[in-house]
Design a protein around this ligand. Sequence first.
Ligand SMILES: Cc1cc2nc3c(=O)[nH]c(=O)nc-3n(C[C@H](O)[C@H](O)[C@H](O)COP(=O)(O)OP(=O)(O)OC[C@H]3O[C@@H](n4cnc5c(N)ncnc54)[C@H](O)[C@@H]3O)c2cc1C
Ligand code: FES
Length: 257
Amino acid sequence: MSKIDIVTINEIKTQTPSIKSLFFEWDKEIDPGQFVMVWIPGVDEVPMSLSHQEEVQGITVRNVGSATEALHEFEEGDKLGIRGPFGRGYSLVSDNVLAVVGGIGGASIRPSIVDLVSKSKNVKCALGAETKEELLFEDELSDLTHLHVATDDGTKGHEGFVTEIIEEMLHDIDCVITCGPEPMMQRTADIAAKKNVPVQASLERYMKCGMGLCDSCSINGYQVCRDGPVFYDDELKKMKEFGKFERDKSGRKVRLC
Ligand SMILES: Cc1cc2nc3c(=O)[nH]c(=O)nc-3n(C[C@H](O)[C@H](O)[C@H](O)COP(=O)(O)OP(=O)(O)OC[C@H]3O[C@@H](n4cnc5c(N)ncnc54)[C@H](O)[C@@H]3O)c2cc1C
Ligand code: FES
């Protein structure tokens, strides 16, 4: 097993009603889109993107179950363990990039947008959430990118799925990066393929080791922790389960909603 670094939470920010960022100092280099295993003492160890990789590092967490609920109960001064970095991140070489982001997917994509903008690349962003209150990093993304918003309930921007607004945004785009619910990423890949625009998508699967040993994160011959989490469209096309099935904690194949 790789070494665990113990870090101290020095700031906590509530981003949306269901999402908080926890900031700490960690002295490791990490590529945008790579991930870490976060150990919550006495609770669990779970995969997380490093949403903030500047002077201060941070994770941004959506409360969905026991581990993420425990992270939401953290206070400044509390300690957690970090293992990593792991996996393959985004390849950020294109000049005109469209980021398609849904829900908590902004945690994975944010460092790529910061990196691209720091290199004076053009970045458009399609940001989706269920409601306007759940639009993650909306103000920052509005400053950094040419931002279009969609909400399921129509409380801000386009009423409906974020994939319904991306076709017109693909004009002059060389590359799409995407993170969010898997059916959203699959639809994004289909729309981009029709315009011959390459796609990189960050996948989530249940993870135990994070480093290619247990195979709990497998999808059609790939291990998400080692070969991904970011995959290119030629790889996504080979994954029959992409956008359709995932594995539960026991390894059973279950249909994605
Ligand atoms: C590479 C990677 C990066 C991630 N980055 C982030 C991040 O930056 N912020 C964030 O909030 N979450 C992120 N996740 C998801 C996060 O790891 C899970 O939400 C977390 O493990 C849930 O643990 P829990 O004990 O709170 O919930 P559980 O009780 O374990 O699960 C609650 C629900 O979440 C689902 N779930 C649990 N783990 C996963 C998983 N790995 N993939 C898909 N669904 C899962 C379960 O099926 C269940 O429906 C990432 C996952 C991966 C694989
Ligand atoms: S999490 Fe163990 S092999 Fe990927």
